[in-house]
Write a protein that binds this ligand. Structure first.
Ligand code: UD1
Ligand code: UDP
Length: 378
C-alpha cells in the first residue's frame, strides 16, 4: 500500500516543543508514513534550540524571521513560500499546530493548494477576538480550514462540535506538550542549570511575551515584581526574557540590575523544564507553561484576563490574575504567606495529557480515519 505523505509545518518555539514528539512518532512509523518537516523559522534562535534538543533536521527551512517583524509581512511571506513547498512535496496531509501566524498562513496556503490539514491542539477558544491577539483568530480560521482535529481535551472537542466540525473528524488526544515535558524531565535531568541562584531563597519563575500585554500591562507586571522582591527578602525572581525586542525594551528598562531579580536569555527547553520543576511558583502569560506547570505540581499565576485553557483553572492549580499591579502583588503575597492556599494550588494534576498524545495522533492517521482513499474526500 502506498505510504501517506505528511508535511509537518513548524514556526516558533512552542510549536517545535509540541510537534517534536509527533515528528518522532511519524518517523518511527516509516513503514506506512513518509514524513517531511518544514520550518518557516518565524522564530530563529528559539526554534533552533528546540530542534537541536530533539534532533530534528527539517527538510525545508524558509528562514523568514526578520527583526521586529510585523503580522502583515510575516503572514504574506509564509503564505507564498509554503506554496512552493507544497508543490514540491505534494503531501497527502499537512500537520500544523496551535495558533501562530505560521499555523494560520501554512493552513491557508494548503487550502489554496487543496491539501487537507490536520490541526494539532485544535479547538482552543477564549471567544474574544482580540484576546489573545492575534492567536484567537488564527486558531478559529485554522479550524475552519482543517479536515482533521486533534483536540487536547473534551472541552476543546465541544468547542469544535459547536463550530460545526464533524464528530468523526475529531480525536481527543491530550496535549503533545505533555509528551515532550514528561520525556524531557525524565531523560535530560543532567541538563539542570543552577543559573547562579541562591538555594536558600524561594524562586519565582516569570515569563511574559504576549502582544496584548505590550506597553502598560507589561510595565505593571514589572512594577509588581519589583514590589514583591522588595517586600520579601526570602524571594528571588528568574526571568528568561523572550527575544522579542518590544518585550526586552520594557523588561530591561524596569528590572535590569535589581537585587534578587535575574534577567536571563531564553533557556533551552530541558533546563527550562527543570527550572519549572525546581521553582516555588510560576507567573506567566504563556500558553504552554499553563499546560506544563500543573503536571509538575507548580502553582501558576496567569497574567491574562481570560484563558483558552480553563481546565487547570477549574482544578485550582492555575489562577488568572491579569495585569493589574495590585492584583498580582496580592496573589503572590498570598502564595508566599498562606501555606494552605499554596498547598491547594500545588497539587499535581494532568488535565492536558498523559504523554501519549502523539501516538494517538499517528495511530489515527495510520489505522482509522486517515488513509489515502479518505484523504481524497476532503
Ligand atoms: C510568536 C507567536 C505567538 C507565540 C510566541 C511564542 C504570532 C503572531 N505570535 O510571538 O503566538 O505565543 O511566538 O513565543 O505568531 N525573535 C528573535 N529570535 C527568535 C524569536 C523571536 O529575535 O528566535 C524576535 C524577532 O525580532 C521577531 C520578534 O522576536 O521579529 C517577534 O517574533 P514573532 O514570532 O513575530 O512574535 P512572538 O512575540 O515571538
Ligand atoms: N520555554 C523554554 N525556554 C524558556 C521559556 C519557555 O523552553 O526560556 C518553553 C516552555 O516550557 C513552553 C514553551 O517554551 O513549552 C512556551 O513558549 P512561549 O511561552 O514562548 O509560547 P506560548 O506557549 O505562549 O505560545
Amino acid at each position: 500500500m502506498a505510504k501517506i505523505k505528511t508535511l509537518t509545518v513548524i514556526g516558533t518555539r512552542p510549536e517545535a516543543i509540541k510537534m517534536a514528539p509527533l515528528v518522532k512518532e511519524l518517523e518511527k512509523n516509516n513503514d506506512s508514513i513518509e514524513s517531511y518537516v518544514c520550518i518557516t523559522a518565524q522564530h530563529r534562535q528559539m526554534l533552533d534550540q528546540v530542534l537541536s534538543l530533539f534532533k530534528i533536521e527539517p527538510d525545508y527551512d524558509l528562514n523568514i524571521m526578520k527583526d521586529n517583524q510585523d503580522l502583515w509581512s510575516l503572514t504574506s511571506n509564509i503564505l507564498l513560500r509554503m506554496k512552493d513547498v507544497y508543490e514540491e512535496v505534494k503531501p497527502d496531509l499537512v500537520l500544523v499546530h496551535g495558533d501562530t501566524t505560521t499555523t494560520l498562513a501554512a493552513s491557508l496556503s494548503a487550502f489554496y493548494a487543496k491539501i487537507p490539514v490536520g490541526h494539532v491542539e485544535a479547538g482552543l477558544r477564549t471567544f474574544d477576538k482580540y484576546y489573545p491577539f492575534p492567536e484567537e483568530i488564527n486558531r478559529v480560521v485554522t479550524d475552519a480550514i482543517s479536515s482533521f482535529y486533534f483536540a487536547p481535551t473534551e472541552g476543546s472537542k465541544i468547542n469544535l462540535l459547536n463550530s460545526g466540525a464533524k464528530e468523526e473528524s475529531i480525536l481527543v488526544t491530550g496535549n503533545t506538550v505533555i509528551d515532550s515535558l514528561l520525556y524531557t524531565v525524565e531523560n535530560h535531568k543532567d541538563k539542570f542549570n543552577h543559573l547562579g541562584l541562591d538555594n536558600n531563597l524561594k524562586t519565582i519563575l516569570l515569563t511574559s511575551h504576549r502582544r496584548e500585554n505590550f506597553g502598560k500591562p507589561l510595565e505593571n507586571v514589572c512594577e509588581a515584581i519589583l514590589d514583591v522582591v522588595h517586600n520579601n527578602p526570602e524571594v528571588q525572581v528568574v526571568f528568561p526574557v523572550h527575544l522579542n525586542p518590544v518585550v526586552r525594551k520594557v523588561v530591561y528598562e524596569k528590572l535590569d540590575g535589581q537585587e534578587r531579580i535575574h534577567l536571563i536569555e531564553p533557556l533551552d527547553y530541558a533546563p527550562f523544564a527543570l527550572l519549572m520543576q525546581s521553582s516555588y511558583l510560576i507567573i506567566t502569560d504563556s500558553g504552554g507553561i499553563q499546560e506544563e506547570a500543573p503536571s509538575l505540581g507548580k502553582p501558576v499565576l496567569v497574567l491574562r484576563e481570560e484563558t483558552e485553557r480553563p481546565e487547570a483553572v477549574k482544578h485550582g492549580t492555575v489562577k488568572l490574575v491579569g495585569t493589574d499591579k495590585n492584583k498580582i502583588i496580592d496573589s503572590v503575597q498570598e502564595l508566599l504567606t498562606n501555606q494552605e492556599v499554596y498547598n491547594k494550588m500545588s497539587k499535581s494534576i494532568n488535565p492536558y495529557g498523559d504523554g501519549l498524545a502523539s501516538k494517538r495522533i499517528v495511530d489515527f492517521i495510520k489505522e482509522n480515519k486517515i488513509c489515502k482513499q479518505n484523504l481524497k474526500l476532503f
